[in-house]
Design a protein around this ligand. Structure first.
Ligand SMILES: Nc1nc2c(c(=O)[nH]1)N[C@H]1C(S)=C(S)[C@@H](COP(=O)(O)OP(=O)(O)OC[C@H]3O[C@@H](n4cnc5c(=O)[nH]c(N)nc54)[C@H](O)[C@@H]3O)O[C@H]1N2
Ligand SMILES: Nc1nc2c(c(=O)[nH]1)N[C@H]1C(S)=C(S)[C@@H](COP(=O)(O)OP(=O)(O)OC[C@H]3O[C@@H](n4cnc5c(=O)[nH]c(N)nc54)[C@H](O)[C@@H]3O)O[C@H]1N2
Ligand SMILES: [Mo]
Length: 726
């Protein structure tokens, strides 16, 4: 493959044409992309009432490749009825994630019973009956309820409510594999778990720290904001062990100048070791303290524990900071100087920060650095976790967490008189582990690919395999449907967001609630998620419905009324039907230094730097996304910007290749404490910091151990010690 000098560009435009042909013609595709529905991919919050490809500030066109891929995937034909007779589950288990996604849309309910060779079609009525019967016979705390991040606020609210009325708090979403550390870290420091900025703040910043993320691939629309920031004279400091080409230079498809010449994105690029961020961030703060660049009045007036924190930094040895971060003292000083000169800094971060055993510490360290110069609690500056799924944040807001937030619990109990469980409930990995110990026997998944996303795939398959029943509501086939079969596995085909018969809502990472109008179903067969949930609730909770009328709750507007009355900041959702107006969640964006903590002040946290040393023959492995995938769904095998044409590769720095006596293109085995992958191709990759390695998720989840960050329960997907065997 020809090495590229930039991300984006004509290739992205040509891709639009290719996808539109696959989807049955340009106009059909264009209409689908422009329909009034929130974009299906990341949480930047495109689309909604102003029409597709429009951002929250009303700018058009905002195109990204992933949204095209997701749309084309939903516009696929149906999986033919013969398919299920033709392929055994054993054969399906050998399909790659890409092959499974391209089989087409799921349109009929299916069941697989242990011992049977095939999935069998089953009617909706029979499928729902079987699920209802099994759940009625199961003690509620032996069940778990997993949510991905693509479902609407309405479906999410309804399913968590049903699960609790049924009797369990084993309710969780993919956040425990994603941004949980951001939520926990931010809440501990500033009392609120989401971004403190809106799009307007981002557009006024003069410096952005981009830490542990690859938005050129994963949040492409952010690239326009970064280009504009540079054009108005601002700076972008990238912190990433990999020099991602799209973060060096990007060609924004909607901008002529950028398309022709490319836009420089990073003004400086720091390449720490994997896991070196905590040391690096502490080092930047230590340098600022040494040059007396902290905002003392702000710290005194608005923060707790700043003196203790500074004292802790002062005794932290520079040697330790430099060796653990992998960044030189001089580079740390230069970065601190750049930050000192900035008037309005925004800190953005993604999985390179959260996927660690010290993910919460990482997030607190970012917050410390921002507070140190008074960059939180005012306009044009602040904290911005770049969220994953298009509605993962909304699901968290409306109650998809094990323990229900006190405010929601109180409202549901008082306003509606509901009896809800008070147990702590289990997080995502705890549900997998409980299944393995046979303490859980029923699983219900609203979207996603729980098997494919979990660490230690061998263990995850065993665990899910021990369940009596596993139910999936999905749009397409994925690896979980073939490689993690329970005693009885049921697939229920559901409508995508833009096929819903009723309006739904989604919350973007800027805390802005977007409206999706829905649209005509593309296939007969799939049902609305809300309809399936309400029907099951009716069958399981019986006449009394746990105190609610589940026939009425099929109406999205009735669900929104409940959300308005119970979810903090969501009052305006009650007007969505009358006015069609999108709204910011109240109380989230922080433009005043009044923090929603018990004391009203923000808090600074002290950290010890984690050991990051390896044996001489070990490497630190990060498991990441390629340009051609959305999580466990692989659309294309190639990774355009890292110029890789296949996925069964390990990317190593040339120095490590020679140090370990390897050769590029050689086949090797990669082993960790939990698993081994054979026949992996060594690829020479100058862009990675020596000592570190890169492989593609989800295939390499067999190597990721189940150790989690004790504070957020998130696995260290980005820091796996591995050995290369020949
Ligand atoms: N196209 C596309 N878009 C997506 C997704 C997708 O799969 N495809 N997924 C969505 C979801 S759910 C999420 S959560 C986001 C994910 O968005 P990202 O977090 O950008 O995705 P990853 O591929 O996991 O990449 C993480 C980046 O972190 C860097 N990194 C790894 N380890 C470290 C470290 O220790 N320190 C630092 N500083 N950096 C490190 C890697 O080099 C890589 O550039 O994207 C969302 N958007
Ligand atoms: N090794 C490693 N593991 C990781 C990560 C990593 O970086 N490295 N990243 C982690 C992260 S950040 C995340 S968020 C998780 C992702 O975890 P999940 O959210 O569980 O997984 P996805 O792959 O996004 O789910 C894909 C499936 O969603 C279904 N789907 C698509 N649209 C819809 C819809 O509208 N409704 C319904 N009901 N279903 C739909 C499709 O059938 C598709 O097969 O993975 C985590 N696992
Ligand atoms: Mo994610």
């Amino acid at each position: 493959m020809r090495k590229r000098d930039s991300g984006g560009g004509w290739q992205a435009v040509a891709y639009t044409w290719k996808k539109s042909r696959e989807a049955g013609g340009f106009w059909k595709f264009w209409k689908a992309m422009r329909s009034r529905n929130a974009c299906k991919t990341c949480a930047l919050g495109m689309g909604g009432q102003k029409g597709g490809m429009v951002n929250e500030a009303g700018n058009f066109p905002e195109v990204c490749k992933k949204s095209l891929q997701a749309m084309a995937a939903d516009m696929q034909g149906a999986i033919a009825p013969e398919f299920w007779r033709k392929y055994t589950v054993q054969q399906l288990a050998t399909f790659t994630p890409r092959e499974l996604e391209h089989c087409g849309r799921l349109t009929q309910p299916l069941i697989h019973l242990r011992g049977s060779r095939h999935y069998e079609p089953i009617s909706w009525d029979m499928a729902l009956d079987r699920i209802a019967k099994k759940l009625r016979d199961t003690p509620p705390d032996r069940s778990f309820w997993y949510f991905s991040g693509r479902s609407s606020n309405e479906a999410g609210f309804l399913l968590q409510l049903f699960a609790r009325l049924y009797g369990t708090n084993n309710v969780n979403n993919c956040s425990f594999f994603c941004h949980q550390a951001s939520g926990v870290g931010l809440t501990s420091a500033i009392g609120s778990g989401t971004a403190t900025v809106d799009l307007d703040d981002l557009h006024k910043a003069d410096l952005l720290f981009l830490i542990g993320g690859n938005p050129a691939s994963n949040h492409p629309r952010l690239m326009t904001s970064l280009m504009e920031l540079r054009r108005r004279g601002g700076k972008v400091i990238v912190i990433n062990p990999v020099r991602e080409i799209g973060l060096v230079k990007f060609r924004i498809p909607s901008d002529v100048r950028s398309m022709l010449f490319g836009s420089e994105i990073a003004s400086s690029y720091l390449q720490p070791h994997i896991g070196g961020d905590l040391a690096l961030l502490s080092g930047i703060a230590k340098h600022l303290d040494e040059i007396q660049a902290q905002d003392k009045p702000f710290l005194q007036a608005n923060c707790l524990d700043s003196e203790e924190w500074l004292a802790h930094l002062r005794q932290m040895p520079w040697d330790e900071i430099v060796s653990k971060s992998g960044v030189s003292r001089a580079d740390i000083a230069t970065t601190a100087e750049t930050y000192r000169q900035s008037k309005n800094t925004v800190f953005a971060w993604t999985m390179g920060i959260t996927h660690h055993l010290h993910g919460v510490d990482n997030v607190q360290a970012i917050t410390n650095l921002a507070l140190m110069r008074g960059m939180v609690g005012r306009r044009s500056a602040g904290l911005m976790p770049l969220r994953g799924h298009s509605n993962v944040q909304g699901l968290g807001s409306v109650g998809v967490t094990p323990k229900l937030r006190d405010a929601i619990f109180a409202q549901l109990s008082h306003e509606y008189g509901l009896k809800l469980p008070t147990t702590p409930g289990l997080d995502t990995l705890a549900c997998i582990e409980g299944s393995h110990r046979r303490e859980l026997s029923s699983g219900f998944c609203l979207g996603g690919n729980l098997f494919g996303s979990s660490p230690d795939s061998t263990f995850a398959a065993e665990a899910l395999g021990r369940l009596d029943q596993l139910v999936h509501l999905n749009t397409t086939l994925n690896t979980g449907h073939a490689q993690a079969l329970a005693e009885e596995t049921i697939l229920l085909p559901v409508l995508a967001r833009d096929e819903e018969p009723q309006r739904t809502t989604q919350e973007s990472m800027f805390n802005f609630v977007r409206i999706s109008d829905g649209g005509p179903a593309r296939h007969a067969g799939p049902r609305s998620e809300m309809e399936v949930i309400a029907e099951l609730a009716k069958r399981i909770l019986g006449e009394q419905g746990g105190g609610l009328d589940w026939t009425q709750l099929r109406q999205a507007s009735a669900v929104r009324d409940m959300i308005a009355k119970t979810v903090p900041g969501y009052g305006a959702i009650a007007q969505v039907d009358a006015t069609g107006t999108e709204f910011p969640v109240a109380g989230r964006v922080l433009h005043e230094p009044k923090f929603p903590t018990p004391s009203g002040k923000a808090k600074l946290f002290r950290h010890t730097l984690p050991e990051n040393a390896l044996d001489a023959d070990q490497l630190r492995l990060m498991t990441v996304r390629s340009e051609g995938q959305f999580n466990s769904v692989v659309y294309e095998e190639y990774d355009l910007y890292r110029h890789q044409d296949r996925r069964d590769v390990i990317l190593l720095h040339p120095d490590d290749i020679s140090r370990l006596g390897l050769k590029p293109e050689q086949r090797v085995s990669i082993s960790s404490s939990v698993g081994k992958m054979n026949q992996i191709l060594v690829r020479s990759f100058d862009e990675i910091r020596p000592g570190n390695a890169l492989m593609y998720y989800p295939e390499c989840n067999v190597l990721v151990p189940r150790d989690v960050d004790p504070q957020s329960r998130t696995p260290a997907f980005k820091n796996v010690a591995v050995r290369v065997g020949v």
